[in-house]
Design a protein around this ligand. Structure first.
Ligand code: NAD
Length: 223
């Protein structure tokens, strides 16, 4: 526990479960004021706000609420995501593709857009935010896999969106960084449906990111 993030305001989307919940706990334990923005509620550190990352209206409401209540925005963790089932290129429906992209790709696009808007806000009693945007992509965006097609493609979009946002903010001299992170397999609720449909072993092989003989990781900090 440190005071590294003392006085900084962080939004964690999808912070009610798994990697997002662990991120929210880590930020809070190091001094950040945390807003957990998720479609499902959770008790834990931080202030919970009902939020759908796929909805621009929801982003406008969330940003206005955070700026009114917490007064600033310094850290945005665009973490919310869905697996979207096991569909490959032949079996993925347009409906499934669009649903997965609405959350995993559009949601991160909107998260970056409104993060920059919030981080740029300064006032007489407020130092300029050296903002940091962290987009949770996946190892699937680095190595690709035969499926799930919509999930893999959506995570690839997050990877290059993050580079584009980082370069744009540097060009504008905003002092806002943007990075993507690419976890391998982490044991969370996200793949429950996939495991039920195809079995955990086949499912884990499908989505890749698990070196042979290495177990799935856990979201919690271990040291
Ligand atoms: N678990 C893994 O192996 C793994 C690997 C690589 C990347 N990831 C990525 O990590 C991120 C977190 O996943 P996780 O494994 O912790 O899963 P999880 O299912 O435990 O958590 C995802 C959270 O996102 C929320 N969410 C879903 N749709 C939302 C929406 N429209 N608006 C707001 N919140 C929404 C869910 O309610 C849930 O709380 C995801 O982007 C996922 O793709 C996970």
């Amino acid at each position: 526990m440190t005071d590294e993030f003392s006085g900084l305001v962080a939004i964690v989307t999808g912070g009610a479960s798994g990697i997002g919940a662990a991120s929210a706990e880590l930020l809070a334990s190091n001094g950040a004021i945390v807003i957990v923005a998720d479609t499902q509620e959770r008790s834990g550190p931080g202030r919970y706000v009902q939020h759908d990352v796929a909805s621009e209206e929801s982003w406008k409401t969330l940003l206005a609420d955070v700026l009114a209540r917490e007064g600033r925005l310094d850290i945005m963790v665009n973490n919310a995501g869905v697996a979207g089932g096991p569909g490959d290129i032949e079996t993925t429906t347009v409906e499934n593709w669009q649903k997965v992209h609405a959350i995993n790709a559009d949601g991160v696009f909107l998260g970056c857009k409104y993060a920059i808007e919030g981080m740029k806000q300064t006032g007489p009693d407020k130092t300029r935010s050296k903002g940091s945007i962290v987009n949770v992509s996946s190892v699937a965006a680095l190595i690709g896999s035969a499926g799930p097609t919509a999930y893999t493609a959506s995570k690839g979009a997050v990877r290059l969106l993050s580079k584009s946002v980082a370069l744009y903010c540097a060009e504008k001299k905003y002092g806002i960084r943007c990075n993507s992170v690419h976890p391998g397999g982490v044991d969370t609720a996200i793949f429950n449906r996939l495991w039920q449909m195809v079995g955990p072993e086949h499912g884990k092989a499908m989505i890749g990111g698990r070196p042979p003989h290495r177990p799935y990781g856990r979201a919690q900090r271990t040291g």
